[in-house]
Write a protein that binds this ligand. Sequence first.
Ligand SMILES: [Cu+2]
Length: 163
Amino acid sequence: MKTISTLVFFLAFFSANLVASDSISIDDSWVRAAPPTSSNTAAYMKISNHTDKAITLKSANTDAAKMTQLHLSSMVDGLMTMEEQKQGIEIPANSTFELKPASYHIMIMGLKQPLPQEGTLTFELKFSNGHTTTLNAPIKAATSPAHEHDMKEKMPMEMNKKQ
Ligand SMILES: [Cu+2]
């Protein structure tokens, strides 16, 4: 009986995954660990659109923070700035789009508690085609010391000079 219930579990698991990957799949997601001095961080991932139409990431939500926005970082006059992408982030047809440091990201503002470099953060992503994905993104340390969220921003954010 144990073998059968294990098998049923795996079949249910894999078929759920197949349904979820119909239009959109997410790989390599991660959240930047935040020290106690910072209440903001960002999440990154690769989003694949398996359809022949563009799909827009409309929103991301997590219970761990007061607010979540979709942002684009770019260099303006030698300063890294970020702008909210109110229209969402478009994933072109049949392609993979990467949210990454110094580029598109999910901005997490007003963390309810520090994010140590362990565990995962749960997100819900909503897409323009009605698709919704729940994601458990691992929390990792920053790989690059100079990051947009440590610099002066258009919006008020803590400077993180201690590190
Ligand atoms: Cu940002």
